[in-house]
Design a protein around this ligand. Structure first.
Ligand SMILES: *Cc1c(COP(=O)(O)O)cnc(C)c1O
Length: 396
């Protein structure tokens, strides 16, 4: 019988019934330390009291009105994001890919509004991941995701990640913008060099292009800064954010400067659900915590500690691990054995992690973890490494 749930995922055979902080509890009662956070989404862990209270309160009042009317929670969250970032304005979406779609449309529309309707192409980077709509797949240009889905949407030109001369060469009279993840996530936690981002900024300014950052995964504190690009000193014209922004509630946002957004007039873009009162309650409550004094400082401290511990683990098992990479609490272990084998071994020990390209195991724990949680995770990583090594010896 064909599965009632469309089988587009290779799911692990475990289902969770409850969460508390960085822990998840499965149907059989087994406890897991969740260092995947639902792919960087549960930024404050599970059942965070402040989020639960905010959603409970909003759920009893009002869920949805549509964007035909003012939504006070939206106005408040937009104002707070504007105050905390380069942006002047925000469009709310339900997912990451919708935030990307808004960013791409906005960049094209900006050029159109500036008298350059011929500029519609976007330069993207090898290894990029921007989501799964037909447009975002064309932007990411990964053959494995495009296969069988018909002609690729036109308007994207891809160059090697970090290769500035290639970017310069790719700019034509039809180029509208450059789209980049400050740290590539899905393809294996690859940070762009700050000098590279600065060079892209200058190129965009010189050639009348817009710079778009995809911070869907890196945003909202994940790398230890509110947004990952802050470290480079460069700001984009447009930025897509999602994953952690609702603390687990599905929502995203497209942030932009006034200049970049000027041609987005009434009727030029819309979403039925985007920015609904429930999502805005979750988003505002998440920001309450992330913007509290010293929260991001603690993310950096715990992230540094975890990165050091992981480097020690990697050095102790040179047959399994190649290197440690990432920033803040967006960390990866590049494996010498299949990453899936280590992820399975970790799960068997009670630690959840997420796979990534380049044979990397990604750790994206809730931002609220302490050094004690890191020590607990390291002990499980050590046990899983020993289990893999024993398997290898047994197989010889
Ligand atoms: C997850 C992700 C997306 C897509 O987000 P969805 O919510 O799955 O649509 C886009 N860009 C990056 C960098 C991501 O990590």
């Amino acid at each position: 019988m064909f599965p009632a749930v469309l089988p587009t995922y290779n799911r692990a055979d475990v289902a969770f019934v409850r969460g508390e902080g960085p822990y998840l509890f499965a149907e059989d009662g087994k406890r897991y330390l969740d260092f995947g956070a639902g792919i960087a989404v549960a930024a404050l862990g599970h059942a965070h009291p402040h989020l639960v209270e905010a959603l409970r309160e909003q759920a009893g009042k009002l869920w949805h009105t549509s964007n035909l009317y003012r939504i006070p929670g939206q106005e408040r969250l937009a104002r707070r994001l504007v105050e905390a970032s380069f942006a002047d304005t925000v469009f709310f979406t339900n997912s990451g890919v919708e935030a990307i779609e808004c960013a791409i449309k906005m960049a094209r529309r900006y050029q159109y509004g500036s008298g350059h309707a011929e500029r519609f192409r976007i330069i993207t980077f090898e290894g990029a991941f921007h989501g799964r709509t037909l447009t975002a797949l064309a932007a990411g240009n990964q053959a494995k995701y495009l296969e069988g889905f018909g002609p690729k949407v036109d308007g994207f030109d891809q160059v090697p990640f970090g290769d500035f001369p290639a970017v310069e060469k790719a700019v034509t009279a039809e180029t509208a913008a450059i789209l980049i993840e400050p740290v590539q996530g899905e393809s294996g936690i690859k940070p762009a060099r700050p000098e590279f981002l600065r060079a892209l900024r200058r190129l965009c300014d010189d050639r009348g292009l817009l710079l778009i950052f995809d911070e869907v995964q890196t945003g909202v504190g994940r790398t230890g800064a509110l947004f990952a690009h802050e470290r480079s000193g460069v700001t984009p014209d447009i930025m897509a954010v999602a994953k952690g922004i609702g603390g687990g509630f599905p929502m995203g946002a497209c942030l932009a400067t006034e200049k970049a957004a000027a041609a987005m007039t009434a009727g030029s873009h819309a979403s039925t659900f985007g920015g609904n009162p429930l999502a805005m309650a979750a988003g505002n409550a998440t920001l309450d915590v992330v913007l509290a004094p010293e929260f991001l400082e603690r993310v950096r401290q715990v992230g540094n500690y975890m990165c050091q511990q992981m480097a020690g683990l990697a050095a102790a098992h040179p047959g399994l691990f190649e290197d440690v990479r990432g920033e803040g609490l967006m960390l990866g272990l590049k494996m010498k054995v299949p990453n899936t084998a280590y992820i399975d071994a970790l799960r068997a020990e009670g630690l959840l992690a997420v796979g990534a390209g380049d044979n990397v195991v990604r750790f994206l724990p809730p931002l609220i973890i302490s050094e004690a949680h890191v020590r607990e995770a390291m002990a499980l990583m050590e046990k899983a490494a020993a289990a893999l090594e024993n398997q290898k010896v047994a197989a010889q």
